[in-house]
Design a protein around this ligand. Structure first.
Ligand code: DX5
Ligand code: ZN
Length: 219
């Protein structure tokens, strides 16, 4: 069985105190920190860039899971690799060059992840699955924290599990959006093993919220 990993999203953290927020996440026992990069073009908001990722890097040993919600992500891979990203996730909808862009992430020494919006079918990534270490199935439309989990996306996770088995591939399946102590169970039952949670983790005591997510996984 694949190990479950919890990835608190700093989109819901205190932007003036990333250093202490990272320490809090690390102390909670979460494996990853999920860093949402938004460009005001692929999604309406602007969040933070590679400079912020680079500034955070010396303060944490957590896996930096960088989710690029940006148009033409292939133009930004080197800067996020240099900044210290461990995983770079790019949207299949954001570039006509998804195959080359995923190769570029690997060449930069970073783990590649391909992302699907709720309306995008698995068929859109079938021919690049051999290039990735992780597939992110969005469980909300990207751009905002605090949205409701879309349960209709679970069918795509099941399809991915089947494809992974048929093709003998090895990648994690991540979910992002609307994850709480109920929806995490549904996502795990469908076959996901990496769980991003923003508003749920930061609405209370971070360590306690991570414990409730972990308990709901019944690992
Ligand atoms: C949404 C982002 C998410 C966001 C999730 O576009 O990709 O990572 O932080 O927030 P919650 O967990 O509040 O839905
Ligand atoms: Zn995200």
């Amino acid at each position: 069985m694949r190990l479950s990993k919890i990835a608190p999203s700093i989109l819901s953290a205190d932007y003036a105190n990333f250093e202490s927020e990272l320490k809090t996440i690390e102390a909670s026992g979460a494996e990853y920190v999920h860093i949402d990069i938004m460009d005001g073009h692929f999604v309406p908001n602007i969040s933070f860039g590679a400079g912020v990722v680079g500034a955070m890097r010396p303060h944490s040993k957590l896996v930096f899971d960088c989710h690029l919600m940006v148009s033409n992500p292939e133009q930004h891979i080197e800067e996020f690799a240099r900044a210290g990203a461990d995983i770079i996730s790019i949207h299949v909808e954001a570039t006509p060059h998804i195959h080359g862009a995923l190769q570029k992430i690997r060449q930069a020494g970073v783990k590649p992840c391909v992302v699907l919006n709720p309306g995008t079918p698995i068929a859109a990534i079938e021919h690049v699955l051999h290039l990735v270490d992780q597939v992110l199935v969005m469980t909300v439309n990207p751009g905002f924290g605090g949205q409701a989990f879309l349960s209709e996306t679970m069918v795509k996770i099941r399809q991915l599990v089947t494809l992974r088995e048929e093709k003998g591939l090895d990648f994690d399946i991540e979910v992002d959006g609307g994850i709480d102590n109920h929806t995490i169970t549904a996502a795990k039952e469908a076959g996901a093993n990496v769980f991003v949670a923003g508003s749920y983790v930061f609405k209370g005591d971070v360590a306690q919220q991570v414990v409730t997510l972990r308990e709901a996984l019944h690992d």
